[in-house]
Design a protein around this ligand. Sequence first.
Ligand code: CP
Ligand code: NVA
Length: 306
Amino acid sequence: MTKHFLSLADIPASELRAILDEAHARKKARASWPKGKVDADAPMDGRTLALIFEKSSTRTRFSFDMGMRQLGGTSITATSSDMQLGRGETIEDTAKVLSRFVDGIMLRANSHETLTALARNASIPVINGLTDYNHPCQIMADLQTLEEQGGDLSDMTLTWVGDGNNVAVSFINAAAKFGYTLRLSCAKGYEVKGQYVEAARSVGAKIEIESDPLKACANSDVVIADTFVSMGDTDADARLKDLMPYQVTDALMGAAAKSATFLHCLPAHRGEEVATSVIDGPQSVVFDEAENRLHAQKAVITWCFS
Ligand code: CP
Ligand code: NVA
């Protein structure tokens, strides 16, 4: 059966655990190696991954490309506007054609439906590189980062502050799989859809809703921010105004546990969703988090082909 990586909600907890273990092991095995050197086992030798982008990317693009090189394979990157996709060729036909040329596809899509249609019509693994619904690769990197800090995920409280966006949804989808408590502190009108929270709770996720960010951060082990204006959002002015009370400030970090960690998937907007003193301060691990996109995704890729 073709293994796709589309949503953390679809993948058994034991398999996600194994992916994280593999990410830690692969990172450790090549510590201090040159970045272009191939891992000893070269598990993707002879394989090529297509990297397709309907929207901008720095981390996802470079981490997937370097990840494939380190796994002994290769990648081909294209934006949808470089492809006939941008001129109206269907995603279904694109899936069938690319399945004849390459061994797997990573897609960053505007609409989650585009991603699922790609997966339904491809005979090769499809990996989600972010959609309007979720961003599962990001959360695998984030959880790897928290474990590196010495955290036991099943014993942690993570607080999401601001916009209930695609990244928040993947934290919700992973909550039951890893056992952490997730507190959501979103501005009015920017909450995560109730159906996503209910679906996660129905499979055991511990999710708390607290609209006051100061109360939500109290004694939290992790405070998480993301941009107030995601790619595709067309109401930037309203969002900046409505979401400013949810900026992660020193006061919010001060309410969290003394040893609390600050996460942000990047790109960041200092002075909007996070104060400069927080993101560039001692509790921030955002660049480890960015690096771990590489290690976590290498484990996702090998899982897809296992
Ligand atoms: N965090 C993340 O996905 O970054 P990019 O948009 O740069 O890929
Ligand atoms: N929520 C952001 C994440 C970017 C990596 C967006 O979708 O633009």
